[in-house]
Design a binder for this molecule. Sequence first.
Ligand SMILES: *[C@@H]1O[C@H](CO)[C@@H](O)[C@H](O)[C@H]1NC(C)=O
Ligand SMILES: *[C@@H]1O[C@H](CO)[C@@H](O)[C@H](O)[C@H]1NC(C)=O
Length: 273
Amino acid sequence: MKLTTLVPLLLSCLFSGVSAQGIQISACTADQATEQTKLNNARSAWQRSAVNYYDYNWSEEYSGVNSAVYPYRVVVEVSTVQSINSQGQLVTTAMTIPQILDQIQSYLSDSTLRVYATYDANYGYPTMYQYMNSACGNVSTRRISDFDINSGNRLSAYNTNKALWQRKRWNNYDYSYQDYVQYKDAAWPLVVQVRNTLYASAQDHNNNQVLWASYNGQTINDFFALIKRQIDANVPYLEVNYAATDGYPTAIFYVTAGSTTIYAVEIFTCYAV
Ligand SMILES: *[C@@H]1O[C@H](CO)[C@@H](O)[C@H](O)[C@H]1NC(C)=O
Ligand SMILES: *[C@@H]1O[C@H](CO)[C@@H](O)[C@H](O)[C@H]1NC(C)=O
């Protein structure tokens, strides 16, 4: 066994040992007055942070059982919530962070329930919240992860980033990307050459030219147009991430009305040549 394998194994034994000794807190042992104080502090931190546009993953484990539909990916714009589950189905039960804080409050105010939660130190959103009945049974543990803060709503993010991209005036560039839905047979990721603003060529990850009859080579501008079409169509789920300084999209996920296919593209690198 290699040392690199052994060290994490030893560490995991150490930590599971700690929880086996009962040091790990759960809703069964957590002091409820302390939980109320933590919730109040978290609510203040959230209000101070003034975060209005954000995305997060949400999952629930009910009495030790994980459902295959998790995580839900949730996109919030002030009080508008969009969400899909891991199978691409729209979720209508997803909530904003203030709604989740209210829900934790309702569990805390219910004398038949016990609650334990952890919150992000800076922003105050819950990272984990758990509740159970007073007999410490029927445990529901919910987790929030992959929390991203966005600078504005999807149209303003699109406008800001497209302007950033256009200011670069890159007529010749290479980018690498993966399309997770179309062209599944390909050796991804592909590297694409754009020359004089037009698609020129692409290679798969074995460095073979991409010459498939159905392949539709795209430019970064084509991806921007694709995003704009989804915004204009007000699709039921859209999440886009952009490169911080160059503005090109780094990830595009969306579901069109009536579909359960998550369109998913990631752009890994893009550079002028
Ligand atoms: C968050 O959700 C996305 C989309 O469903 C998934 O690809 C990613 O693995 C999730 N991350 C975690 C930590 O669960
Ligand atoms: C969990 O809930 C079910 C349905 O309400 C109940 O029958 C069962 O006794 C509960 N289990 C525990 C351990 O409290």
